[in-house]
Design a protein around this ligand. Structure first.
Ligand SMILES: Nc1ncnc2c1ncn2[C@@H]1O[C@H](COP(=O)(O)OP(=O)(O)OP(=O)(O)O)[C@@H](O)[C@H]1O
Length: 876
């Protein structure tokens, strides 16, 4: 998948359905009108349409994912549900036929919804005409819908009890049970239903109803002896009726009566009459009830799936549609179902013919291209025969229904013969006795039996049966039949038959297909026996011829498969012209006036689109080294591209050249944008850096100035304080010195020389303040308190003798350094007159160290160390 998704040129890869899928995806990405795409998968029954659709869904689920984690989750959820819808739809809508073990008995159109980034955001499923007759009538050697076999074969013991499905029970509506197919996988269906939001309880309800239908199928009637009497149940049917009524949760008597008594309303007053039905009528009513219940369950499942996978319309803006309708069928006995199926295939073939073969060739002519017509097989006549106006098979069938008379197969055949014999697609087999008609379809001729065709077209649902189901106690059945009354009234008013409903739904589908760009996928069946590795050439060729592949190849080879209107072309490739044009015109020596004129064509392309387009084409072709002046090469250009009246016609090679040129140019432009953006970002970054540096410098200088200012202020304050303090101290010291001198003389007279210690009179207020004359005592505790508070220390030494003086001086010198103290001797007596501490000691301490650091330190008592005293002094 990724190989095809990432391939720059798809046509160089091996042909594969992923080529078509990827092409459709790229078309959506290019946003060229029509943006929406359709992949029409067609082919005979068993050729592989459903298989292909499944692969396509997986492809889109893989490539249309987002890189963002959140979106990825959504896509994965949708993808899971879209893929899960397959087993559920196939279980309820597919059956084993003569041509295919897993044949789709309904048509489906799946719309994969994409958002602006072309990511898968949702999906919706539209179904067409389920072959519900299969519920009650299975052709010989064919089977009922897979789901019936799944529940009878795959139910657990518990479930069998709940659904009344004992092992080995035999059901009339369940033929060929001995054939086990890989499709009989009940667990897979249950799991998928669960993922789609159908709870186990609801599943249980559904399977119970289906089991009820199987039991209903075993109910048989016996004709009464008296025709006026009601039909009786056959002996073995009584139990089945009882179980069926129980599983459908309706009254047994009520069910029996509705099956064998017809209610007729007649007259203006709508008088009610009850009429016993014939045995055959009872069986028809029983089958009708089963079919309507099954069809309703199928429609309900489709609506549940759609609710689960459909995205809000605001979330998506384009879609890719996958159409998988039942394949062309030709059984030994064919009836209305096959007529409808083959009619749908004819419609699709017509779409292909109209879109690809007819329209393409007509367009070549209209656009003035030289073109010799390739003849092809047009199936319009066949379609006229089936659906045409005023007379066709469908119109005759509808008329028969409206006449409301007992249907007669021979009569209908005669009417068809009379009215439509002129149509060459209609014929009869003279040797077949059963009433029939043969239609020559595009694929092959098919013989249709007219027996029961009108009845099938009427598809009557007796209202009393609908009322019966409305009264069911089962909530799901109640739901399914609640809206029935209104729908039924509408249907009766419009008297819609099966074919008219099918025709109108197909017309809607065709309208959708016409509004999208189609991609066709033709499935070819290698052999009719569904055998692997068996390729039957003749059968394959017949299919290829029938679906018009041979003509398609001829037209594609001779023609221009790509057609783009001028304006769309200029919108996409105009960019190439602008860039190369100027260079090219200069290179070929174009005069400035001419150059401007040509450039104007590109600029104002709307006025002269053809010239502008030619300029672009010339640019691209000449850049490939082809010289336009050469006649031969101009011819070779015409094989690649042709400009019509309103469109450019080209081959894939030309498209590739254009796309390459555009990609190269866009990548150059992107590179330029990246460079400019990076340059711009760099400049921005540098500017930001410069601005930040300037801001930082300004802030730093402002901070520094402010700090300096504060420091200067502080310094001045300190200086002022210091000067003031020094002046005060000096004054104090001077005053103290004077006082001491006076006191000294006074003390001397009082004590004489008897006192041998040192006395300090200003120590008086301090507790224990005695200063010993010994050097050790000198740094005793109180002393340190005195020194700072009295920077001028006055000591009177009474003791005489040089020895003491010397020791005091030594102590002082050791302790403080003599330079810090002014020691004065007595002028007239022995000894020291005064020791004055210089104020710097205290100043140093205050500025130098935090007092808290040594707050716990007590004076050192060791003789050898005087550091303690220093420290304390500093601390203080
Ligand atoms: N590409 C394939 N590779 C392998 N097997 C395939 C392929 N295509 C189809 N088959 C086989 O062929 C069988 C029939 O294919 P499928 O059911 O897709 O046919 P169909 O065209 O949808 O038929 P119908 O119209 O009856 O529904 C598949 O069950 C599968 O076994």
């Amino acid at each position: 998948m990724m190989e095809y998704h990432k391939a720059p040129q798809l046509q160089y890869l091996r042909p594969h359905i992923f080529t078509s899928a990827e092409q459709a995806y790229r078309n959506v990405q290019s946003q060229m009108e029509p943006i929406n795409q359709s992949l029409i998968v067609s082919g005979e029954s068993g050729a592989g349409k459903t298989w292909t659709s499944r692969c396509l869904m997986k492809f889109y689920a893989t490539v249309a994912v987002s890189s963002s984690l959140k979106a990825h989750d959504t896509v994965e959820r949708i993808e899971r549900r879209v893929l899960d819808s397959n087993p559920v739809m196939e279980a309820f809508g597919n059956a084993c036929t003569l041509w295919n073990n897993n044949s789709s008995r309904f048509g489906k159109y799946i719309q994969l919804q994409l958002n602006r980034s072309q990511q898968l955001v949702g999906a919706s499923i539209q179904t067409y005409l389920l072959e519900k007759t299969r519920v009650a009538n299975q052709p010989v050697n064919e089977r009922n819908f897979h789901i019936f076999y799944q529940i009878t074969k795959g139910a657990t013991e518990d479930e069998r009890l709940k659904w009344n499905l004992p092992c080995n029970s035999l059901f009339t509506w369940l033929p060929n049970t001995e054939r086990t197919l890989e499709e009989d996988c009940f667990e897979v269906t249950k799991q998928a239903m669960l993922h789609l939001g159908i709870s186990s309880e609801t599943q249980n309800q559904i399977f119970k109803i289906l089991s009820g239908l199987l039991h209903l199928g075993n109910v048989e009637f016996v004709s009464p002896d008296d025709e006026c009497m009601q039909c009786e149940l056959s002996e073995h049917s009584k139990d089945f009726l009882q179980i069926a009524a129980g599983l459908l949760k309706i009254s047994e008597d009520h069910l029996l009566n509705q099956l064998r008594i017809r209610v007729i309303r007649a007259g203006r007053q709508q008088q009610v009459f009850k009429k016993p039905c014939l045995k055959s009528e009872c069986s028809i009513r029983r089958d009708c009830l089963a079919k309507v219940i099954y069809a309703k369950i199928f429609d309900w499942l489709v609506s549940v799936i759609n609710r689960s996978i459909c995205a809000d319309p605001s979330m998506w803006n384009s879609f890719i549609g996958l159409l998988d309708v039942y394949g062309f069928e030709s059984f030994p006995v064919n009836n209305l179902e096959q007529l409808c199926i083959n009619y749908a295939n004819e419609k699709l073939q017509q779409h292909f013919v109209a879109h690809y073969l007819k329209a393409q060739q007509e367009e070549y002519e209209a656009e003035g291209l030289k073109w010799s017509f390739v003849s092809y097989q047009d199936n319009q006549k066949c379609l006229d025969l089936i659906e045409g106006n005023p007379v066709s098979i469908f119109s005759l069938l509808n008329e028969e229904c409206r006449l409301n008379r007992l249907s007669d197969a021979k009569q209908f055949m005669a009417r068809v013969e009379k009215a439509l014999a002129v149509n060459e697609c209609l014929s009869w087999d003279k040797f077949t006795k059963t009433p029939h008609f043969i239609v020559s379809h595009y694929a092959s001729s098919v013989c249709y039996q007219t027996e029961g065709m009108t009845e099938k077209n009427k598809d009557p649902i007796p209202p009393e049966l609908l009322h019966l189901m409305e009264q069911s106690k089962d909530s799901l059945l109640q739901n399914l039949f609640a809206a029935e009354e209104k729908i039924d009234e509408t249907r009766q008013r419009k008297s819609l038959t099966v074919v008219s409903r099918f025709k109108s739904s197909l017309e809607n589908l065709m309208n959708v297909l016409h509004s999208t760009t189609p991609q066709y996928i033709r499935c070819i069946k290698p052999n009719a026996e569904c055998q692997p590795a068996n390729f039957k050439k003749d059968e394959v060729i017949t299919q290829l011829e029938a679906c018009g592949i041979v003509e398609t190849i001829s037209i594609s080879a001779a023609g221009f498969p790509i057609r783009i209107p001028y304006l769309s072309f200029l919108e996409r490739y105009g960019v190439i012209g602008k860039k190369h044009l100027s260079l090219r015109l200069t290179a070929i020596g174009c005069s400035p006036t001419k150059k401007r004129r040509v450039e104007d064509h590109v600029e104002n392309a709307e006025d002269m689109p053809c010239e502008a387009v030619q300029v672009i084409l010339m640019t691209v072709l000449s850049s490939k080294g082809l010289n336009l002046t050469s006649c031969d090469q101009a011819d070779s250009h015409r094989l690649l591209v042709h400009c019509g009246k309103t469109k450019v016609f080209m081959t894939h090679l030309m498209l590739e050249l254009l796309e390459n040129a555009r990609t190269r140019l866009l990548s150059q432009k992107a590179f330029c944008i990246q460079c400019s953006w990076r340059r711009y970002q760099k400049r921005q970054h540098e500017r930001h850096n410069r601005a930040a540096t300037q801001i930082q410098a300004a802030v730093r200088s402002w901070l520094r100035r402010r700090r300096k200012l504060k420091q200067d202020q502080a310094a001045r304050a300190i200086q002022r304080a210091w000067r003031r303090w020094r002046a005060v101290m000096d004054a104090l010291a001077a005053a103290e010195l004077d006082d001491t001198m006076v006191e000294e003389s006074h003390c001397e007279s009082l004590h004489g020389s008897s006192a041998g210690g040192v006395t300090e009179n200003f120590m008086e207020p301090l507790e224990g303040a005695t200063l010993s004359s010994k050097a050790a005592d000198f740094w005793s505790w109180p002393f340190r308190l005195i020194l700072p508070s009295a920077p001028t220390l006055s000591v009177t030494i009474k003791a005489s003798g040089l020895q003491r003086l010397g020791s005091v001086l030594t102590a002082l010198q050791l302790n403080f350094g003599i330079s810090n103290y002014k020691v004065e001797t007595n002028q007239f007596d022995e000894g020291v007159a005064s020791i004055r501490a210089r104020p710097q000691v205290a100043i140093k301490f205050h500025l130098g160290q935090s007092p808290l650091l040594h707050a716990h330190t007590s004076p050192e008592r060791s003789d050898s160390s005087l550091v303690g005293l220093n420290q304390i002094l500093l601390d203080k």
